[in-house]
Design a protein around this ligand. Structure first.
Ligand code: SAH
Length: 213
């Protein structure tokens, strides 16, 4: 697993590109500059790792486009030590961004192949989420709730009630909602029973799937 000055140079350019596309959060931009995205991809895609594009990973899934990762992370407004639930571990790249921001990360993946692959990769590279869970993100993670924020990295046909219920007061849920394309949506919990909703334009994700059984 090699990281070189050539990779670093490309990452800097990628961070500059994301800034020109409207990402403002300095900590998010430095995460993009620091995390070796090429190691999260199959080696055949390594040369393309610092393009602002999604790429295929195992189990017919995709690593999200860097702009999307940065955009969702900016909406989360992460603070050090935040307890964050991520739905859709995938390649682990978004997880790595949250860890870089010093969050305590719980991450759920429903494809066993990806769950195993990314768990192994994290051990090798030394990234330490609090927990990696093989399971169904629609249910959230009730035994660890409440969370400071929850991020969904797959397109949700509807907003799962369990996820809203597992937010702290003041907590944020960032979720792309829709079938073919998704509207990036931010819910902020304003009291035990109320939520504020804001929408942020169209994105395109692989679907958040319900249990196979
Ligand atoms: N953050 C990841 C995105 C991967 S794509 C990355 O940047 O690599 C979305 C992921 O969500 C896929 O890995 C998919 O298997 C997973 N997924 C889909 N439905 C899910 C569910 N119900 N629970 C947990 N993970 C789910």
């Amino acid at each position: 697993m090699i990281d070189s000055s050539k990779h670093l140079g490309k990452r800097k350019q990628l961070a500059e590109l994301l800034e020109s596309k409207g990402i403002k959060d300095r900590a998010v931009l430095s995460a993009i500059k620091s995390i070796p995205r090429h190691l999260f991809l199959d080696s055949s895609f390594e040369d393309h790792a610092y393009q602002d594009k999604a790429f295929p990973i195992a189990a017919d899934q995709t690593i999200s486009q860097p702009y999307t990762v940065a955009f969702q992370t900016e909406l989360l407004a992460v603070k050090a030590n935040d307890k964050i639930l991520e739905i859709g571990t995938g390649s682990g790249y978004q997880t790595a961004v949250l860890l870089f921001l010093k969050a305590r990360v719980y991450t759920i993946e429903r494809q066993n192949e990806l769950f195993k692959k990314t768990s192994l990769f994290f051990k090798k590279i030394g990234y330490k989420p609090k927990k990696m869970i093989f399971g169904d993100g629609y249910k959230g993670l009730v035994e660890e709730a409440p969370f400071d924020s929850i991020i969904v990295t797959a397109g949700a046909p509807f907003v799962p009630k369990a996820l809203l219920a597992q937010l702290k007061i003041g907590g944020r849920l960032v979720i792309p909602v829709g079938d073919k394309t998704q509207i990036m949506t931010l819910f902020t919990r304003t009291s035990a029973t109320s939520f504020e909703k804001k929408e942020f334009g169209d994105f395109s994700f692989v679907p958040l799937l319900e249990n196979k059984s």
